[in-house]
Design a protein. Structure first.
Length: 407
């Protein structure tokens, strides 16, 4: 038996109504310092430069993922009956902790740190004294079990599917939450219908045939959110500026001219593996303070790039093509901008749904009325067209808009 709170804890949430917590171990993790750090990291990185209300955090998203997992293991009869109490608590913790290792500015930061947030997540769960103590005090071995769910190495393959697959709590929450906070409608889908039609068959999460339309709706929500929100060129312009600033800082460090800034930037620029204490210090509050300091640096490129990030003077963009790129580079040289720091390329590619993985278990599966299990693109003409259609891409180059003025 896992100890429960004296009464069910509830937290209001604009997407799910309430977040419900009845296990003490989950409540203790929510109140840990690593979870509270996620309040200081925005969910959408550069996208809040486009959608001004998109100030929601990794903390609220993590609670949302937990709540969807909680509903899956308690409200979906097949899942409820397939899992023990230990497995339910383990997978709820995995949903809650799946983003605990996220750095600032969403996924752009991983290009700077050269290490995935999933790797930091598992390190935190297993090595951080507070998180590990909370989990191990509840049950010996629980920290490793939770990390194994996130690493897709769980003894029960059903558990990782609930948190991270093609139809999972992570995606379902961020689509609904990001749509809500960006003020868009693209990410909305019928989550109640999806949950109502979930089943378990041969160790896999499947959707009843009657839930096919809800699954199609979910896939289309993903497709539109990527192109309208996540891959918005202004969001990518912000991330390009961020990468260029850290590139300049790295170059200056190698020259022995690193400007004064927050200490946490130093191991990051050296491409060293950060200690957990160093990584903990890198939230967006700290980074923004570092950028404020850099606005007063001696190096004019650092000053300019830091100011652009803080004051939303972002790079302009256009399609990536050889002729246009030559013109941009010529203008950069003419106006005195070093292309190493003022010219960037970004290639956005996306398929809204990939039907198979190497393990063959990560597609969305549909149980037909005959009992046959079909992969979604075989059960849906709409998804079949998306899978076999041309992969969409959007290749852009980014540069200061000043070079286009008075040319």
């Amino acid at each position: 038996m896992f100890p429960k709170t004296e009464e069910v804890k509830v937290m209001r949430d604009p997407v799910h109504g309430y977040i419900h917590v009845e296990y003490q171990v989950i409540w203790d993790v929510i109140n840990s310092r690593w979870m509270q750090r996620l309040r200081r990291i925005h969910q959408l990185g550069g996208a809040n430069m486009v959608y001004h209300t998109a100030d929601h955090t990794r903390f609220s998203h993590s609670l949302g993922v937990y709540e969807i997992v909680r509903r899956m293991v308690s409200e979906v009869p097949d899942i409820d009956q397939a899992l023990s109490e230990e497995e339910k608590v383990t997978v709820m913790l995995a949903g809650l902790l799946h983003d605990i290792g996220h750095g600032p500015y969403s996924h752009a930061f991983e290009s700077i740190s050269n290490r995935s947030h999933e790797a930091y997540t598992c390190d935190i769960i297993i090595q951080d004294p507070e998180i590990r103590t909370i989990l191990e005090s509840c049950q010996k071995g629980l920290a490793e079990e939770v990390a194994d769910v996130i690493r897709h190495k769980s003894a029960n393959p059903l558990l990782p599917q609930l948190v991270s697959s093609q139809l999972d709590a992570d995606r379902m929450d961020y689509l609904l939450r990001d749509a809500y906070f960006t003020g868009t409608k693209y990410g909305e889908f019928d989550i109640e219908r999806v949950l109502r039609t979930l089943r378990v068959s041969d160790g896999k999460i499947v959707v009843k045939e009657s839930g096919t339309y809800a699954a199609e709706n979910y896939i289309m929500a993903r497709y539109h959110m990527y192109w309208q929100v996540y891959y918005h060129p202004v969001a990518r312009a912000y991330e390009c500026g961020l990468l260029k600033l850290f590139l300049r800082l790295k170059d200056l460090m190698e020259e022995g001219k690193m400007p004064k800034t927050i200490p946490a930037f130093t191991p990051l620029l050296k491409q060293e593996k950060l200690s957990l204490d160093e990584y903990f210090a890198l939230d967006e509050c700290a980074c923004n303070y570092g950028f404020e300091l850099l606005c007063k640096a001696e190096d004019p490129i650092v000053r300019d790039l830091a100011s652009r990030l803080l004051n939303r003077n972002l790079f302009e963009y256009q399609e990536n093509n050889a002729a246009g790129n030559r013109k941009i580079r010529a203008l950069l040289k003419q106006k005195g901008f070093d292309p190493r720091y003022y010219f960037g390329k970004d290639e956005a590619r996306q398929r809204p749904y990939v039907p198979y993985s190497r393990t063959g278990s990560e597609g969305i599966w549909v149980r037909m009325h005959t009992g046959e299990i079909l992969e979604l693109s075989q059960a849906s003409n709409i998804v079949n067209a998306l899978v076999h259609g041309q992969e969409r891409s959007d290749d852009r180059v980014f540069f200061p808009k000043e070079i286009l003025e008075n040319k």
